[in-house]
Ligand binder design. Structure first.
Ligand SMILES: C[S@@+](CC[C@H](N)C(=O)[O-])C[C@H]1O[C@@H](n2cnc3c(N)ncnc32)[C@H](O)[C@@H]1O
Length: 205
């Protein structure tokens, strides 16, 4: 999968929007690894929740030209940057300022992707709309993720797939249990140790 160009972004804008980092690129690598599966699925509609600068959903839109791609972010500046990244790379993206996928219709997404704010913080730090929303994950770094886990069964289309990045501190086994209780199978697509983090991308289907 090609990495989208982001030369249009002024470096200073990353004071306000999450700058793509190792976690973003691990998720792109996971989608690349699963590209045969994704192409065979021929998804009509893909959603990236929390798209930040738009690097992941743009990479997916470039790899799946027949798929309609959508993104949400609680940070308005991130929505604008995602749209510009897609435009710059000549793909279509609908980018919407929204909390997770709360205002979308049910049972419509063939693929949902989330690189969440996963850092363990005080609860009071998470739930904002600015740059801190990029990392502040509250208890176990899972407060935002857990809200999305409860929405996934309702938002995915039949036979839909959900890709989620987690770190060890998020206790992936607990996430697997929650998703199993929702009736999903899982696969760990890729993992990487980066600096002091052990990152994983799980696929639930
Ligand atoms: C770790 S950053 C990932 C950004 C981008 N996907 C990437 O990988 O480069 C997490 C993103 O989730 C967004 N976010 C946090 N809470 C959210 C929520 N409740 N609804 C939608 N987006 C949210 C943040 O604003 C941020 O852009």
């Amino acid at each position: 999968m090609e990495t989208p160009y982001q030369n249009h972004i002024d470096k200073a804008d990353f004071d306000y929007v999450y700058e793509p980092a190792e976690d973003s690129f691990l998720l792109i690598d996971a989608l690349e690894k699963d590209l045969k599966y994704l192409k065979a699925k021929n998804p009509m509609l893909c959603l990236e929740v929390g798209s930040g600068s738009g690097v992941i959903i743009t990479a997916l839109a470039m790899a799946l030209p027949n798929t309609f791609c959508m993104s949400t972010d609680v940070n308005l500046r991130a929505c604008v940057m995602s749209k510009l990244t897609a435009n710059y790379n000549k793909v279509q993206l609908e980018s919407i300022n929204m909390d997770l996928a709360t205002s979308t219709r049910d049972n419509i997404f063939d693929v949902v992707i989330f690189n969440p704010p996963y850092v363990v913080t005080e609860t009071a730090e998470c739930g904002g709309r600015d740059i801190a929303a990029s990392w502040a994950g509250g208890v176990k770094g899972r407060e935002v993720t857990d809200r999305l886990l409860d929405m996934i069964p309702k938002k995915l289309a039949k036979n839909g797939t959900f890709y989620l990045l987690l770190i060890k501190e998020n206790i992936p086994d607990e996430v697997i249990k929650i998703m199993s209780e929702h009736g999903f199978k899982y696969e760990m697509v890729i993992e990487r140790k980066v600096k002091n983090e052990h990152q994983f991308v799980f696929k639930f289907y």
